[in-house]
Design a binder for this molecule. Structure first.
Ligand code: HEC
Length: 178
């Protein structure tokens, strides 16, 4: 093989590896942000449930969830939670994720994913599966007192009737890598 062709191939290989490495780095960064949000919410929720039971925990969650979510953001990284059946209407999905949320509602794919939204801008998402603990506030047959407390804060609540194993929603992350 002529030397020029060999070096051309080497250069090509190097070029195609660079964006892949960048993509992997973004994905790691996004996954770390999603984990930070999930574990912060989970800690707060578990403690509140143990301390005061579901109605008290609901108050903690409704007061703190948005603050915790905003606090998880870092420069160039936005984080949120959404669902096809929302409790808080301000958790509506960003436009780029809406089709995935709709597909999940119809029983479609619920694998985590990363998309390039624009050059250097990425959207990452992962499904949140209902666990038995989640059904306390998102399940079927909630106690009256809890139902009343939910209706008082979230008159348009659609986030009940989930069973363990159901996709409850998504965590999403937007990363500006430039
Ligand atoms: C103590 C009651 C409670 C428990 C337990 C609970 N949630 Fe929620 N959940 C809420 C409240 C309240 C909101 C609305 C928070 C807000 O205002 O952003 C909410 C919102 C959400 C949202 C954001 C989308 C939406 O509907 O607004 C997702 C996703 C979610 N919960 C998933 C879960 C999962 C998964 C679990 C179990 C790991 C869980 N929740 C356990 C009370 C609860």
């Amino acid at each position: 093989m002529p030397r020029t062709l060999v070096s051309f191939i080497v250069v090509l290989a190097a070029c195609s590896r660079a964006p892949l490495a960048a993509r992997e780095q973004v994905e790691n960064q996004a996954r770390a942000a999603a984990n930070r949000l999930k574990s912060a919410l989970m800690t707060e929720l578990t403690e509140a449930l143990q301390r005061g039971g579901p109605v008290a925990a609901l108050e903690v969650c409704s007061g703190r969830a948005q603050t915790i979510t905003r606090a998880t953001a870092t420069p160039g990284v936005r984080v949120g939670r959404t669902s096809h059946r929302l409790r808080n209407p301000s958790n509506r999905a960003p436009e780029w994720l809406q089709a995935t949320v709709d597909a999940a509602a119809r029983g479609g794919s619920v694998e985590p994913g990363l998309r390039e939204l624009a050059p250097g801008r990425f959207g990452y998402f992962e499904p949140l599966v209902t666990q038995p603990m989640c059904a306390t506030c998102h399940g079927t047959d909630l106690p009256d007192e809890l139902r009343t407390a939910i209706a008082a804060r979230y008159p348009q609540d659609e986030a009940v009737g989930f069973k363990p194993g159901d996709v409850r929603g998504f965590v999403w992350v937007e990363v500006d890598s430039q």
